[in-house]
Design a protein around this ligand. Structure first.
Ligand code: 0L1
Ligand code: MG
Length: 269
């Protein structure tokens, strides 16, 4: 009985039209209510189908796929956003923020900044059945990172399906000064201080990310395998915000200070 989950939306929305609307919101710097207000059938898998359609459109217009990011891998972020599922989204070269650039507010709606532990992959990683240990064995180097998240949803209000469709609030990202080999690091204990205009406003360790960022990497590989994707050599993997994100309006300076991975500075914009 009944249509399959996500099918035949009474609202008129479907995967194609949601993908079109999300890309239009991004281009026009326009936010909107979550689609699930009108289309409750937009579940996580349907959201992923939208995410893959927007990626296809980005590639068609000349962007290059450079990696993946995880969303809502830390409890701090899950609680803040009211969604308890981690998920995976795409990174393209258009999202790379050159070192020294300010938060690119001119092309974003309501950007916020969060600290992340970032991997650059040495080997291909394909699920299912990937463990944190086998995931870490495929990592070439570990970096400090700042993700500038943005959401096409007004006030960052969304369900898991909405945010999966919206490529996990992707905006831009920048990595820190040094890439270290993973072997010498205990990433559960890697700390970060979030400093805004000289004041420490938050802190966390890598354990905030699913116990260890390698768990998030394994999760990404296993989750992508469900849709026939693998993580490729050379790809960048953002393992998820370690703390809640902070606002960075013009004039504000954000410093993310890691124990061994160095500092990432970002001027507000
Ligand atoms: O808007 C959001 O906070 C959802 C994306 C989460 C990004 C992250 O957890 O790193
Ligand atoms: Mg993030």
């Amino acid at each position: 009985g009944g249509p399959p989950a996500g099918a035949a939306p009474a609202s008129g929305w479907d995967v194609e039209s949601v993908a079109t609307e999300l890309l239009a919101c991004e281009a026009e710097r326009r936010d909107r209510p979550p689609f699930t207000d009108e289309w409750p059938g937009l579940d996580l898998d349907t959201g992923y189908a939208v995410r893959d359609r927007t990626l296809a459109r980005r590639l068609e217009r000349g962007e290059r796929l450079v990696g993946v990011k995880l969303g809502l891998t830390s409890r701090a972020k899950q609680q803040r956003m009211g969604v308890d599922t981690p998920f995976v989204a795409w990174l393209t070269d258009a999202m790379v923020l050159p070192v020294g650039d300010a938060v690119p507010r001119h092309r974003l709606i309501h950007p916020r900044v969060e600290p992340e532990i970032v991997f650059v992959m040495g080997e291909r990683l394909e699920g299912p059945g990937v463990s944190a240990a086998s995931a870490m064995a495929a990592v070439a180097s570990v970096w400090a990172g700042a993700e500038v998240i943005d959401s096409r949803y007004r006030d960052f209000r969304f369900t898991a399906g909405d945010v999966a469709a919206d490529n996990a609030s992707s905006g831009a990202f920048v990595t820190g000064p040094v890439g270290l080999p993973p072997a010498g690091l205990d990433l559960s204990l890697e700390g970060v201080l979030v400093e805004v205009d000289g004041e420490v406003v938050d802190s966390a360790t890598g354990a905030a990310i699913q116990g260890h960022p390698g768990e998030a990497l394994a999760l990404a590989a296993n989750d992508l395998a469900r849709r026939g994707h693998a993580i490729e050599p050379g790809w960048v993997v953002l393992t998820g915000g370690m703390t809640d994100a902070v606002d960075a309006p013009p004039g504000v300076s954000v410093g993310l200070h890691f124990t061994h991975l160095g500092s990432v500075w970002l001027r507000g914009g």
